[in-house]
Write a protein that binds this ligand. Sequence first.
Ligand SMILES: [Cu+2]
Length: 258
Amino acid sequence: MQIKAAAMTAALLALLTGEAFAHFGMVIPSENIVTPEKKDITVDASFSHPFEMIGMDMVKPKQFYMLSGKEKTDLLPQLKESKVMEHQAWKTDITIKRPGVYSLVMEPQPYWEPAEDLSIIHYTKTIIAAFGDDQGWDEPAGIATEIVPMTRPFGNYAGNSFTGKVLLNGKPVPGAEVEVELYNKDKKFKAPSDYHVAQLVKADENGVFTFTCPQPGWWGFAALNEADYKLKNPAGEEKGVELGAVLWIYLDEYKKSN
Ligand SMILES: [Cu+2]
């Protein structure tokens, strides 16, 4: 009984602080533009609170792979345990050998979130470009739910707007809610209120949304939808499932010529 009360207090606290609502699947490569000088990249995968810089433990993902056109490279066997924000995370080194546009895709194991009374699966995608190729970034990766970029997802500046389309089972989601968060590395920024931690934008009737990213760095977009199936929680009860379509893009700073 006491444990239950403590859990409820924790859940309530999480609700009040908004903490529980700002978790993002994260797939963050060391580079999003691969050049001959920087063709060895490291990819960090985690389930974290990117603005607040609070980590969560993530068990080994169900799937982790790299897609380029029809070519699929399974990265799951080479994932190594690591830490992100002091919590269990995963990483891998990749050497990109050929020009192309590559999608890094993670499907995590369902995460039971007592504060929301549901399981969460954030299908997470990050697109990188190599050796000048820029073809195929606008094609769906064919995952259960995803954000398909309508703005080229690399070679952008801070201050650019990003437009994307939310797909669930390959179909646009009218009115989809998209949470947006900056990866607040080094805790450079502080939110004026809990509302500011994640920004929220709604997609139009075609599942299309636009958001302007004012700061350089990694920006995460999470389109959240309820699955049409249920999963058992750790207590064996059938509960709803939140499906997140997460996309990360990197925005560069303008650089002075001298
Ligand atoms: Cu969380």
